[in-house]
Design a protein around this ligand. Structure first.
Ligand code: ATP
Length: 454
């Protein structure tokens, strides 16, 4: 077995249709990637696993799917207009631009010169014109995090679902950041997806809930095939905290290019709801917020016993979908030496994440009996609703197995002469062990269903 390098992953991702450079035929667009036929399945499966864990498995979290285009007021009062910046330096020698806190020493990574400007704040938000009149006033931001729309919809969700604290609102969606130096494949990009939960709690219970969510998130990553011994917790020091945070724990993963953030879990206190609330003086906010005369909402909850209104605290586990896909691919990738001296590349995804669940391979592509049977099996397995069942009639079973090893299909089902002439059984071949077994066609759906649950 060998560990993967970023080059191995990039090459497999392109060769097998997981991830492509965006606008490739025009030379690409830096920091922007497209997900291909298998990538979209993997990514959707990862998002579905998160949604299941957050929304379906619990009864205290509701979902939301808010817009990407965001009223500038939202991002003014959230603090992003003023502070969502990275330190930018210019190299005077080669005219390149870099993020100052990513430099080693005071040296330009492009040309090696030390002739760099002083760092200055560079705002990462993308702006876009809204409507036909280009008067400079009618613009919106592309959201830099999905979280803000959860806060601005807080009252809508509370009024429509009547939750009691603690409760959460979960959202998966695109976010955009004009990163100074996008790099490391899909690790740092300008257009990405986040899976964010805002979990609202009573002040005073925030620190215990923060610890709980760190533990829950580590367990979840392990269920996706990212083991805890590849993760490290980084307790962000006070001078590095984002403007809204009282405490942040970053879940760091050993990516091929080094130990970096996979997910951030922040205690955002009552900062966001407080910042977006009118008449803030009515509340005893613990966070320091700017006055807000633009909002028309009171983002607070009523304590029925005390008959008082208060602004909840919020714990936010915020995970990157693309960084998750990269971590899952990195953990799944292995190259194995076979007994015959050859090697095989295997993506050993957990079954629920695999882009293709079962490949159906007819032994002969032109044999009517075998083909009909194979198509019938596909139809029956599709009824399970476990994901993609792929019919593939190249007629070369050995090559089919290799190809499906490389894209991570956990089960291959071969339909042969024994199936149609003797006993109505098929060969089920397992990706990881390469073991083969005969299973009766009538028992195949139950077999696959059971396997997918494992
Ligand atoms: P970093 O320090 O790596 O720039 P961050 O601390 O700014 O990340 P957060 O604001 O905490 O990131 O965002 C939450 C999550 O969103 C991150 O843990 C990461 O998984 C994802 N994310 C943030 N920026 C990017 C990006 N440019 N490309 C891909 N994913 C990102």
């Amino acid at each position: 077995m060998t560990a993967s390098s970023m080059d191995d992953l990039v090459s497999l991702a392109k060769r097998r249709g997981f991830i492509f450079q965006s606008s490739d035929i025009y030379g690409g667009l830096q920091g922007v990637y497209d997900y291909g036929p298998l990538g979209v399945e993997l990514k959707n499966n990862l998002k579905a696993a998160w949604w299941r864990a957050m929304v379906y498995d619990r009864d205290d979290i509701e979902g939301l799917d808010a817009a990407i285009l965001t009223n500038p007021m939202t991002l003014r009062h959230s603090g992003h207009e003023a502070t969502f910046t990275d330190p930018l330096v210019d190299c005077r020698a080669c005219k390149s631009r870099w993020r100052a806190d990513h430099l080693e020493g005071n040296t330009c990574p492009g040309c090696g010169s030390n002739d760099l400007t002083e760092p200055r704040p560079f705002n990462l938000m993308f702006k876009t014109q809204v409507g036909p009149v280009q008067d400079g006033g009618s613009f919106a931001y592309l959201r830099p995090e999905t979280a803000q729309a959860i806060f601005t919809n807080f009252k809508n969700v509370v009024d429509s679902t009547s939750p009691k604290l603690p409760f959460g609102i979960a959202q998966i969606g695109k976010a955009f950041r004009n990163e100074i130096t996008p790099r490391n494949f899909i690790f740092r990009v300008r257009e990405f997806e986040q899976m964010e939960l805002e979990f609202f709690v009573k002040a005073g219970e925030d620190e215990a809930w923060h610890r709980t969510w760190v533990d829950l998130r580590l367990d979840w990553w392990e269920q996706q095939g990212v083991p805890k011994d590849q993760l490290e917790l980084y307790h962000v020091p006070a001078d590095e905290l984002a403007h809204y945070s009282k405490a942040t724990v970053d879940v760091m993963y050993r990516f091929p290019h080094g130990l970096e953030e996979l997910e951030g879990i922040a205690n955002r206190t009552d900062f966001d709801l407080g910042s977006h609330t009118k008449n803030q003086d009515d509340f005893e906010l613990q966070a320091k917020v700017e006055p807000n005369s633009d909002s028309n909402a009171k983002l607070a909850m009523q304590d029925l016993e005390a008959k008082a209104w208060h602004v909840p605290f919020v714990i936010e586990p915020s995970a990157g979908v693309d960084r998750g896909v990269l971590a899952v691919m990195n953990e799944a990738y292995r190259v194995e030496e076979l007994e015959n001296g050859n090697t095989r590349t295997v993506m050993s995804f957990k079954p629920h994440l695999a882009p293709i669940k079962v490949a159906i391979l007819p032994l002969k592509r032109n044999h009517e009996g075998i083909v009909t049977k194979a198509k019938e099996i596909k139809k029956n397995l599709m009824r399970l609703g476990v994901g993609r069942i792929f019919y593939e009639d190249t007629g070369n079973i050995g090559k089919g197995y290799r190809r499906h090893d490389e894209v991570g299909t956990p089960l291959c089902v071969t339909v042969d002469f024994q199936t149609i002439e003797e006993d109505d059984t098929v060969t089920v071949r397992h990706r990881d062990s390469m073991a083969q077994q005969r299973v009766a066609v009538s028992e195949l759906p139950a077999f696959v269903e059971e396997f997918m649950r494992s």
